[in-house]
Design a protein around this ligand. Structure first.
Ligand SMILES: Nc1ncnc2c1ncn2[C@@H]1O[C@H](COP(=O)(O)OP(=O)(O)OP(=O)(O)O)[C@@H](O)[C@H]1O
Length: 311
């Protein structure tokens, strides 16, 4: 089941931010990426989603020029990724590492700016965009996980990159920290920066990405907006209380694609949930009906049903 609704870079809009063409990456007998072709236009905010071992980090590493494809071509703003990184077109926020606890937030950004040869104004601006102005004097070691990630974000902003790549940036953060982190990223992206992030928080992809690319076993299995991907995973669910029901009998109801029984509760998945609800109410003693759309997590599970469970 594959959806490819995201348009290719439109003619006349210039070079694609990212262009992967038939990319394969093998590690010995393991094929981590198995023929990915993907075009990302400047200004898109794209989530890479997939179960463990799907090939997300391997793809990110190739985009950053940290490894080379075994086959196929990777271009970032029309250049080999390592060149794009060297030119400051791309920077990354990774999950861990790279921070010294005994420096303050501001000192950390200033030192990084010196390495990049950036002026003082760039430091002030990066701190502001990452929402760190008020805690510039705080020691890094005293910062929360979310604040440390925003510090990595501020450092990544120093070259004023066209493309920002985030590999599972909010792992281990609490809800408030994640929210603050994504607000900062989102505000910044609204100014036109291209953002690609790998995450296993499905609600983050739903809330913050313009486009969701699902990867499974090194291949793209769905590509579209979160709404399109949810629609692709088909229909809605009717939940009802119906003691004694069997899955076989429920599956025979018109419009039901899939039936589950958990105790006295039944879950009927299908496209025409009105028809299913009508049947339940008129032909069975079912009560407490509830009809819900699938969320991205359901879509993810449906699309990767024969895979390992996502984290
Ligand atoms: N250096 C390596 N040597 C051998 N196998 C590797 C190497 N790097 C990745 N792999 C394998 O390639 C596959 C894809 O791994 P990758 O880390 O890209 O997945 P992922 O989607 O990022 O998963 P996760 O969500 O767990 O980070 C896995 O089977 C992994 O074990």
């Amino acid at each position: 089941m594959t959806l490819t609704t995201a348009p290719e870079a439109a003619p006349g809009t210039g070079t694609a931010a990212v262009d992967l063409d038939g990319v394969v990456k093998r590690f010995g007998a393991v094929t981590a990426v198995d023929g990915i072709s993907l075009t990302i236009r400047p200004g898109e905010v794209v989530a890479l989603l997939g179960p463990n071992g799907a090939g997300k980090t391997t793809t990110v590493d190739m985009l950053l020029g940290l490894s080379q494809p075994s086959q196929g071509r990777v271009a970032v703003y029309g250049k080999p990724p390592a060149d794009a990184v060297a030119l400051g077109l791309v920077s990354a926020v990774m999950q861990t590492g790279g921070l010294l606890k005994d420096y303050t937030v501001e000192e950390t950004v200033r030192l990084t700016a010196v390495l990049f040869g950036k002026p003082r104004t760039a430091v002030t601006e990066a701190l502001r965009r990452a929402g760190l102005t008020d805690i510039g004097k705080r020691l890094v070691g005293k910062c929360s996980g979310g604040q440390q990630q925003r510090l990595r974000f501020a450092m990544a902003l120093l070259p004023d990159p066209e493309l920002l790549i985030l590999d599972e940036p909010t792992t281990g953060m609490d809800v408030a920290g994640r929210h603050e982190f994504w607000s900062a990223i989102r505000d910044d992206a609204a100014r036109g920066r291209t953002v690609i992030f790998a995450t296993h928080y499905l609600e983050e992809a739903d809330a913050y990405a313009d486009r969701v690319v699902f990867v499974r076993r090194g291949r793209i299995v769905a590509d579209g907006t979160a709404a399109e991907v949810k629609a692709l995973a088909a229909g809605r669910t009717v939940r009802a209380t119906l003691p004694g029901a069997t899955e076989a009998a429920l599956a025979a109801i018109g419009g039901v694609d899939r039936a589950e029984v958990r105790g006295d509760t039944v879950y009927l998945h299908g496209n025409d949930t009105d028809e299913i609800a009508r049947h339940l109410l008129t032909r069975t003693p079912a009560k407490d009906l509830e009809i819900t759309s699938r969320n991205l997590e359901d879509a993810f599970l449906a699309l990767t049903a024969d895979e390992e469970t996502p984290r």
